[in-house]
Design a protein around this ligand. Structure first.
Ligand SMILES: Nc1nc2c(ncn2[C@@H]2O[C@H](COP(=O)(O)OP(=O)(O)O)[C@@H](O)[C@H]2O)c(=O)[nH]1
Ligand SMILES: [Mg+2]
Length: 370
């Protein structure tokens, strides 16, 4: 299920909700007609009370139902919600709306009975007034929850739009090793820039399609590219959210050290990432193959095979030779576009292997009959 955080409707304030309910209630009462005065007043006041109660309880329950249930949300979204606004608060405030809705229904029923059971017009008015007073006070009690939900909506609607059903490749490595160049070179469209709502950090998202399946590539500048001790709690949460998302991690290394970080530092970072994302397969890729004094031995062979592949179409190929550097690492040149198609096929193969790892796992939304 893809939750559309952007589609959550605005949350009314206490005043807006009461104004809307009472205005509609008054209109509904004005439409009531009966030649008998007692009957007319009774019907009017009952209609007023019922309408006010319906408007408020419907609004509150719609809100509760429109906001995604945490139990059914993908782990990535739950981690994000927790980091952004807190899962406990999220549950609490939605349950307050549910509580208020129940209370208001009860008040309407009780006072409706009072109106029906008396023949005294004065007592009918009193029952209606009392009900309005109690309803207003219940809505007043959930003022903080309405405020909280209104503010949270502003935050949550900016959540990154990552499709939970498509494979996602997390691209990391030191700054300037060539992550953006890599993602751009493999992406069919433009790279999307999303923001984590709770930090200044961004999520860069690229896509490619292979045999009709879409693959997403994410890069999180500032999160997985520097030593761990400098990250705060919120950033750690963003990282743990990524852990739930990635089908595969690519760690890019620039051994020309043109990126400004020594090999020693880059290796330390790699160690940390291997530890952090221990559950995910990490593939190490050396970048900027074109910069090396000696180009990889099989450069010409790969370049030629990739050209043939691009000309004849992906359907005819199972694999391409990977570009391999003198240290035996898989390498690429995003700049000259060599080794990229071969790596793409390798990524597809690895993602497939990983997803077949658990033969009992079914796509989300599929159920196995007993
Ligand atoms: N020669 C060469 N330069 C590259 C390659 N990939 C990236 N760069 C350069 O390295 C610098 C940093 O690249 P960028 O993709 O922004 O790195 P990021 O910080 O990891 O996203 C830029 O100046 C790129 O032009 C490559 O394959 N070959
Ligand atoms: Mg970049």
């Amino acid at each position: 299920m893809k939750v559309s955080w952007r589609a959550l409707p605005t949350v009314l304030t206490e005043e807006e909700l009461l104004d809307k309910a009472f205005a509609r209630a008054k209109k509904a009462a004005d439409r009531v007609d009966d030649s008998d005065r007692v009957f007319r007043v009774r019907k009017q006041l009952n209609r007023m009370l019922q309408t006010a109660s319906d408007i408020i309880t419907t609004y509150l329950m719609d809100t509760v139902n429109q906001w995604p249930s945490l139990d059914q949300s993908p782990q990535f979204d739950v981690s994000m919600i927790d980091a952004c606004v807190g899962c406990d608060d999220y549950r609490h405030h939605l349950s307050m709306l549910q509580w208020a809705s129940n209370q208001i229904s009860k008040i309407a029923t009780q006072n409706s009975k009072k109106i029906v059971r008396t023949a005294k017009i004065e007592l009918m008015h009193e029952a209606r007034r009392e009900a309005y007073g109690r309803i207003s006070s219940i809505v007043g009690r959930i003022r903080p929850s309405l405020v909280w939900l209104g503010e949270s909506r502003e935050v949550l609607k900016r959540l990154p739009s990552i499709d939970q059903l498509s494979p996602c490749i997390v691209v990391c490595g030191a700054p300037n090793v060539g992550k953006s160049a890599f993602i751009s070179a493999l992406s069919s469209g433009k790279m999307e820039v999303n923001h984590y709502p709770f930090t200044t950090k961004q999520i860069h998202l690229g896509h490619f399609t292979f045999r009709r399946l879409q693959y997403q590539m994410v890069d999180t500048p500032g999160l997985l590219d520097r030593p761990m001790e400098k990250r705060n709690d919120i950033e750690m949460q963003a990282i743990s959210a990524l852990e739930n998302l990635g089908s595969l991690v690519l760690f890019l290394i620039d051994d020309s050290e043109n990126c400004g970080m020594s090999m020693q530092e880059q290796n330390n970072l790699l160690e940390e990432i291997l530890e952090l994302l221990a559950e995910t397969t990490v593939m190490i890729i050396s970048t900027k193959a074109d910069l090396h004094d000696n180009k990889p031995e099989n450069w010409a062979e790969v370049e030629q095979a990739e050209r043939a592949y691009l000309e004849s179409g992906e359907e005819n190929y199972q694999e391409l030779p990977l570009l391999i550097d003198s240290n035996g690492y898989i390498t690429i040149s995003a700049l000259e576009n060599v080794g990229m198609e071969a790596l793409k096929l390798e990524i597809v193969r690895l993602v497939k292997d990983n997803s077949h790892h658990d033969p009992m796992s079914l796509p989300e939304g599929w159920y196995r009959s007993e």
